[in-house]
Design a protein around this ligand. Structure first.
Ligand code: AMP
Ligand code: ZN
Length: 113
C-alpha cells in the first residue's frame, strides 16, 4: 500500500487524530494553512471526487456532516471558514485519497491563486 492516508488509517504513520469511526478519520493537517486546519477522509480509498461513485454519496455526506460538526467544535461556528476538496492536478491535489479540508480561524482570500 503506497497511499499515505491509507497508512495513517492503518496506524502505520502517526497523525493528530481528532475523530474516528467505522467510515472516516479526521486529523490535523501536518502543514496548516490556517489556525484551524484539519482533514476528514473516508477509510475507503477513493482517489478523488471525480472518480467517486454515486453509491458513495451517503459516505461523502457523512464526511461533510462531520467536518461541519468538528469546525463548530473548533470554534469556527460564528466566523465560519472554508471546506475544500481539491481534485487532481489543476485542483492542486497532492494526496490521491479523497479528503475534505477545513480551514478556519482567520479571514481567507478569494479567489484562490
Ligand atoms: P491536497 O493538496 O488537497 O492533496 O492536500 C493534502 C494535504 O495533506 C496537505 O495539506 C498536506 O499538508 C497534508 N498532509 C500530507 N501528509 C500528511 C500527514 N502525514 N499528516 C497530516 N497531513 C498531511
Ligand atoms: Zn488511500
Amino acid at each position: 500500500m503506497s497511499c499515505i492516508f491509507c497508512k495513517i488509517i492503518a496506524g502505520e504513520i502517526p497523525s493528530k487524530k481528532i475523530y474516528e469511526d467505522d467510515d472516516m478519520l479526521a486529523f490535523s493537517d501536518i502543514n496548516p494553512m490556517a489556525p484551524v486546519h484539519f482533514l476528514v477522509i473516508p477509510k475507503k480509498h477513493i482517489e478523488n471526487l471525480l472518480v467517486m461513485e454515486d453509491k458513495d454519496a451517503l459516505l461523502i455526506g457523512k464526511l461533510l456532516c462531520k467536518a461541519k460538526e468538528l469546525a463548530k467544535q473548533q470554534g469556527c461556528e460564528e466566523k465560519g471558514g472554508r471546506f475544500v476538496i481539491n481534485a487532481k492536478s489543476d485542483g492542486g491535489q497532492t494526496v490521491d485519497h479523497l479528503h475534505i479540508h477545513f480551514l478556519g480561524g482567520r479571514s481567507l482570500g478569494w479567489p484562490p491563486g
